[in-house]
Design a protein around this ligand. Structure first.
Ligand SMILES: NC(=O)c1ccc[n+]([C@@H]2O[C@H](COP(=O)([O-])OP(=O)(O)OC[C@H]3O[C@@H](n4cnc5c(N)ncnc54)[C@H](O)[C@@H]3O)[C@@H](O)[C@H]2O)c1
Length: 344
């Protein structure tokens, strides 16, 4: 099995990537400091505990495993925390990426796949958002991703690293087999918050009901985390077979409103959610939806289970299992569409 490094492999997205890599006979090696991640989610290859800002440690790891590619998911993810503590975000997200690039240059390793974000765009002028839309991030988090992307392109030009910056839209859902899922502390993402509200019978906060969208609530592009993971395996294969460096949106191309998300979760849960309507949050765009055409043309990637129902159902199964609840009988009537779950 060819080793592939997954920094942040003990986290939500990284653990799904590890599973997808293993299915395609790669050996995913997780490099994680476990500051946010969980050793229990590292199930498909070895865990090496360390900090990506430690270049000497990374070089040692690169020499030891000689990976065929590096997937860089390690980083901090809270937009609001990045505003109150930007130093932390520049240190982990920019410093960590520079440290990894230095180690890869020193050891002659390539290619690199970077977990970027649609947050690099800030308020998009046009929707769906294309990769060449202006990048004007609104938070230190978004800026840290944008700076890292540019550093990767500069290192690539100077030192010959091939790379793919993958700009995720809203990763959501959980492994359909229930082997890994989202465990953020604190949780800030809408899908797990809605599922938690349904399971615990607590209120779900809906921010903004007067957006210029069909039902007045903000629309986002949810991409199932297993589809996202598949896109990474396809990107490894693409770059390893000589594909050109690129920046790609990874999204479903479908907008889902917060109310549609609430309805999907309520449908799975078999009960209505208690919703508390609040004012818009500053900086939240009305609509953030990917134009996924470039990823389709470049990788042949199109999501298989990114419909909101499959997302809500897999998220529900994961949280219900964590919480010790069984899936309600009613949910089984709507079996999830999984036939296209493949990396090809
Ligand atoms: N979740 C989303 O919807 C989303 C959207 C766009 C981009 N992203 C990006 O995807 C990546 C993964 O996100 P996630 O949701 O899985 O987050 P996560 O917090 O679950 O995983 C991040 C992992 O990185 C590790 N980590 C953080 N700093 C580290 C360091 N300095 N050294 C080593 N390990 C470190 C953490 O312990 C954790 O296991 C992040 O870079 C995030 O910015 C996520």
């Amino acid at each position: 099995m060819q080793p592939v490094f997954v920094t942040g492999g003990a986290g939500y997205i990284g653990s799904h990537i590890c599973k997808a890599l293993r299915r395609q006979s790669y050996l995913p090696v997780t490099l994680d400091n476990l500051s946010q991640g969980h050793a229990a989610l590292v199930r498909w290859g070895p865990l090496e505990q360390g900090d990506v800002r430690d270049t000497a440690w990374l070089r040692d790891m690169l020499r030891r495993y000689a990976p065929g590619a590096v997937i860089h998911c390690a980083g901090l993810i809270s937009v609001s925390e990045s505003t109150s503590n930007p130093a932390l975000y520049y240190s982990h997200n920019v410093g960590g990426t520079l440290s990894l690039l230095d180690a890869m240059v020193a050891e002659g390793t390539k290619p690199l796949i970077f977990s970027s974000s649609c947050a690099v765009h800030g308020q998009p002028e046009t929707v769906p958002v294309r990769e060449d839309a202006p990048c004007r991030p609104l938070s230190p988090y978004g800026r840290s991703k944008w700076i890292a992307e540019q550093a990767i392109a500069d290192y690539a030009a100077a030192y010959g690293i091939s790379y793919a910056n993958l700009r995720y839209f809203n990763a959501a859902g959980a492994d359909p087999d229930g082997e890994t899922g989202e465990m953020h502390q604190p949780e800030t993402h809408a899908v797990p918050l809605a599922v938690e509200a349904a399971i615990r019978n607590t209120p779900f906060m809906l921010f903004g009901t007067d957006y210029p969208t069909p039902d007045g609530t903000a629309m986002r592009d949810y991409v199932h985390v297993s589809d996202l993971a598949t896109a990474h395996v396809m990107t490894v294969q693409y770059l390893q077979s000589g594909g050109a460096s690129c920046t790609l949106n990874i999204g479903s191309g479908q907008g889902t409103s917060v109310r549609q998300l609430i309805d999907a979760v309520a449908g799975i849960a078999g009960r209505k959610l208690t919703v508390q309507e609040k004012a818009r949050r500053p900086g939240d765009p009305a609509m953030l939806v990917a134009d996924p055409a470039l990823a389709r043309a470049t990788l042949g990637f199109s999501p298989a289970i990114s419909d909101i129902r499959s997302i809500a159902k897999t998220a529900w199964q994961w949280y219900a299992a964590l919480d010790g609840h069984a899936l309600p009988e009613g949910a089984r009537a709507h079996e999830m569409h999984r036939s296209h779950y493949t990396a090809t």
